[in-house]
Design a protein around this ligand. Structure first.
Ligand code: ZN
Length: 221
């Protein structure tokens, strides 16, 4: 299995959401907003040091989860009965939000996900409260970090501006399917709500992290 980072790198050039049905080999970009087929790949925009990510939020809410860092990559924490939590391995919260990143120089847009820390989510909630209305859909924000280890900042792109109207929502099931692709977990099936998916994904995440913990133990780490 490829690591998360390899998958993320492979997705660096993906500009749009692709639905790939591995049973038929059919690739489609036309199903956004409908029932996802087996795999969704979305580019993850990392907010690096000293560079701003100017974006319009296309998710109503953040999809959040805990990650354990083991060896060279991160693993999703299944929550209950987690082999890493049982060994007191630290975990960090991460959230993913669907966005269109605006490229100032070309006027282009790239659809993808940005990764939020818990403090950045607090800032995002503050921005949403200032702008008014509910949820995050249509907020125009700038995400930044001063340095690579600095806390992530979220600010209104134009202070006092209203939400962007007519933004097409990327539903949380689509974000969940992209997260599933990143972490080698099952995608939401047709008719699955987030809750049903979380239970199925956690069962697989528990097996994956259990195997990783066993490998680390064998290697004497
Ligand atoms: Zn855990």
């Amino acid at each position: 299995m490829r690591s998360n980072d390899e998958i993320a790198d492979a997705d660096e050039e993906a500009l749009f959401i692709l639905f790939v049905d591995y049973s038929t080999g059919k690739v489609s970009m036309s199903m956004l907003g409908e029932v996802p087929v087996s795999r969704v790949r979305m580019k993850v925009f990392k907010v690096g040091g000293g560079h701003d990510v100017d974006c319009i939020v296309r998710s109503a809410d953040v999809l959040g989860f805990q990650l354990h860092w083991l060896g060279v990559r991160s693993f999703m924490c299944p929550g209950s009965d987690c082999p890493a939590c049982a060994e007191h391995v630290g975990a960090k919260w991460r959230g993913l939000l669907g966005v269109d990143v605006l490229e100032g120089s070309t006027g282009g847009r790239k659809c993808g996900l940005i990764e939020l820390t818990d403090s950045a989510l607090g800032r995002l909630r503050f921005v949403a409260d200032c702008v008014g209305g509910s949820g995050f859909l249509g907020l125009h924000i700038v995400a930044s970090r001063k340095g690579i280890r600095s806390p992530m900042r979220i600010e209104e792109a134009t202070p006092g501006a209203a939400r962007v109207a007519g933004v097409r929502e990327i539903r949380s099931e689509i974000v969940a399917a992209a997260v599933a692709t990143l972490y080698g977990l099952p995608s939401p099936g047709p008719g699955d709500g987030l809750r049903e998916w979380e239970v199925r994904a956690a069962d697989v995440a528990r097996v994956i992290i259990g195997k990783a913990m066993s490998r680390l133990a064998l290697n004497g780490n």
